[in-house]
Design a binder for this molecule. Structure first.
Ligand code: ATP
Length: 671
């Protein structure tokens, strides 16, 4: 069964011909699963996949509470059906013997109460019991919801943290992760309410059906007749909404992106200096306009569908009451039973309304939850599929790369590194240099174990790293990246996070190490200026928090690297934002470190790396030159030309009396 939603094509957004505004979902329309929600089959398949996962999550949150809740709903529904039948019998017997009302209901002289009074008392007792059970069900639901949300949030965070770095370069993965967070996680809370409402409505309907069946079996087709139009219109409207969501996702994302740009601190300065406020505001208005047009088309389509549903449902209800009248006329039902049947029919229809509404909500939320569960389950499956435990890696004497090639997950056809052959011995410093985009940072991340090679291998003392435990390898490695993370914590935590196993250290030793790292990175001067010294919070979003300059942040990042103090130290442009004094201090520290460790250094300032034991020059992902500074100068290749160029620029700056580029380490040492 395949049906297009009413006006699904109309739901496609219109951007007014502005090429800036993408309407075709060019980037996130990925994989066979992301579209195709314009058929009932596809829709229910997705819902069907999410529902068992919702139940499993509810069971994990608290299986006993879930069972108790379902029990309460079943009991409440049964009590309702029981009261309806009792009520019908009461009215019927009153109609048959009206004189029963003239006798006292509860005789005070010790005589047995008449049957009418007993029925009435049972009715009151059933009603009160139903109220009590409803209250208990509400209490259970309220307890279930927070547990479930906490579980789901934890599952999401764990799934993200479990993912290897290269998954974050895959737009498909990132898209699924964002959908899981923005839509799936967001709806976990409401899905509990919808699931409870759904089962309550289902119980209500079942008890209505049971009550009508007890009154007379001929009432069941009547109920079915009323149910169908309502179910049809709701399902069709729901499909329209889903189709709209799929088609307008590109616009919604652009709207969020523009809102982010306008509201975040990071782009605020550049945005203002480029005087882009007007342009962004105009773009946002255009995107909003396109979304609004698309939304109003959707609303009209949904309103039309609902109107047809209401008309058909009205006709069906009219026929149902006509059918009841016929049953009374022919003496199949007494007038009392017919009254109760009308009441039962109305209540069942209300239950159907609630059921369809809950199903509608639940189905919509379940679609988003499907994103969430698919993301979490895939991560769990991948974690389980990881092979047996591998032997731990020891600090290497020699790291060697053989025929190494690498392509990012998002662009597998475009290798970023090719045929890399090199080896690094402990106690030496190697430098990776080359022009922008030549692959230095990528190679550094591969060396650090953050990426897995697409081709070839990285060996530690001759053993392929794929055969070594990754966590123990990471524990032997330190990498300070080009753009280190600015942790929204205190200055002290920003450095101490370099070694989360520091509790294993003697506290005095850890403090000493902290101070030494700060001095070497010249971060001590930064700390001295902070109002609460090491305890100053480094985030302006929190009260009392401060923001540091780029160079001050970098000094803390270098201190963090030194505090970690691993056998393999990788420095990716560690001094780019530093002033000359801090840069000199960092290079002196690195020079003193190399003896016990393996140091990999990336820098565009060739004067800073001329002391390295081996320099590798990269061009378009390949090593094109290798050797010491002297050997490369003698080769007179790319390295030598770049070095001469930088030297000339420094001399020219000196002659012009400008701030010179940082001097060579030897010169600094002399100074
Ligand atoms: N996460 C990523 N996903 C896809 N491609 C990437 C990613 N990061 C880098 N690249 C691509 O890989 C190539 C090498 O980038 P890399 O950052 O390693 O170069 P680099 O030599 O360190 O450059 P720079 O000197 O500018 O820092 C570039 O062409 C870049 O576009």
């Amino acid at each position: 069964m395949t049906a297009r939603p009413a006006n699904a094509a109309d739901a496609k957004p219109d951007a007014g011909g502005d090429p800036f505004i993408a309407t075709e979902n060019p980037y996130w329309e990925l994989g066979p699963d992301s579209g195709g929600l314009d058929s009932y089959r596809a829709f229910f398949r997705r819902v069907g996949r999410a529902l068992p996962a919702v139940l499993a999550l509810l069971r994990r949150a608290s299986g006993s509470r879930l069972l108790a809740l379902l029990g309460c709903q079943l009991a409440a529904g049964s009590l309702w059906a029981y009261s309806l039948v009792l009520g019908a019998r009461l009215i019927e017997s009153l109609l048959r013997t009206p004189q029963a009302l003239s006798a006292p209901l509860l005789p005070l002289d010790g005589q047995v109460p008449q049957p009418l009074a007993l029925t009435l008392l049972s009715l009151i007792a059933a009603y009160l019991a139903k109220l009590g059970i409803d209250a208990l069900a509400e209490h259970l639901r309220a307890r279930l919801s927070p547990t479930l949300i906490a579980l789901a949030e934890q599952d999401f965070v764990d799934a993200c943290l479990r993912a290897p770095l290269q998954r974050f370069d895959d737009p498909d993965f990132v898209d699924r992760m964002h959908r899981a967070r923005d839509r799936g996680l967001h709806y976990v809370e409401s899905v509990v309410d919808q699931a409870v409402a759904l089962s309550a409505a289902l119980m209500g309907l079942l008890s209505g059906v049971a009550a009508l069946a007890m009154l007379h079996l001929a009432l069941l087709p009547v109920l079915l007749l009323c149910l169908l139009p309502q179910a049809w219109s709701s399902a069709r409207a729901l499909l329209c909404v889903q189709s709209h969501w799929d088609h307008s996702m590109a616009l919604s994302r652009q709207s969020w992106m523009l809102q982010e740009l306008a509201s975040q601190a990071e782009p605020a300065a550049e945005l203002r200096s480029l005087q882009m406020e007007g342009l962004l505001s105009q773009r946002h208005r255009q995107v909003g306009e396109a979304l609004r047009t698309s939304l109003s088309r959707l609303k009209s389509a949904v309103a039309r569908t609902r109107a047809w549903g209401a008309v058909l449902s009205g006709i069906a209800q009219g026929l149902a009451y006509l059918w009841l009248l016929l049953l009374v006329q022919r003496g199949v039902l007494g007038p009392g039973l017919a009254g109760a049947a009308a009441l039962g029919l109305r209540a069942s229809l209300d239950a159907v309304g609630r059921l369809v509404q809950a199903l509608d909500q639940m189905a919509e939320k379940a679609l988003y939850l499907d994103d969430f569960f698919a993301f979490v389950q895939q991560s769990q499956a991948e974690a389980k599929a990881r092979g047996p435990a591998l032997p731990p890696a020891q600090a290497p004497q020699c790291i060697s790369l053989h025929g190494l090639g690498f392509a990012y997950a998002g662009a597998p056809e475009r290798p970023v590194l090719q045929d890399i052959e090199l080896s690094i011995r402990r106690g030496t410093t190697v430098a990776l240099v080359g022009e922008n985009g030549s692959g230095k940072s990528t190679l550094a991340k591969l060396l650090a174990g953050l990426y897995v090679p697409s081709q070839g291998s990285i060996c530690w003392d001759g053993v392929d790293c794929q055969l070594l435990d990754l966590q123990s390898r990471l524990a032997q490695t330190m990498i300070v990246q080009q753009h280190p993370l600015r942790w929204p914590y205190s200055a002290e935590q920003n450095v101490r996070l370099g070694r989360i196993d520091a509790e294993a250290l003697d506290p005095a030793e850890a403090d000493q190490r902290l101070q030494a790292a700060a001095v070497r990175a010249q971060a001590d001067a930064v700390i001295a200026q902070l109002p609460q010294r090491w305890q100053t919070l480094l985030n302006r979003l929190f009260k009392g928090g401060l923001e540091l300059s780029a160079g001050q942040w970098q000094r803390l990042a270098v201190a963090r690297g030194l505090y970690r103090d691993a056998p393999l130290m990788i420095w990716d442009e560690p001094t780019a934002p530093l002033d000359a004094r801090a840069e000199a201090a960092v290079y002196e520290s690195l020079a003193s470190l190399r003896r016990q460790r393996t140091v990999v250094l990336i820098s565009h300032r060739l004067a800073s790396v001329r002391g390295a034991d081996m320099i590798f020059f990269l061009r378009q992902g390949r090593i094109t030159e290798r050797g010491t500074h002297q050997q490369l100068m003698a080769l007179n290749g790319d390295y030598a030309q770049l070095y001469q160029l930088q030297l000339r620029l420094t001399e020219a700056a000196d002659d012009a009396g400008q701030t010179p580029a940082p001097a060579e380490p030897e010169q600094r040492a002399a100074a």
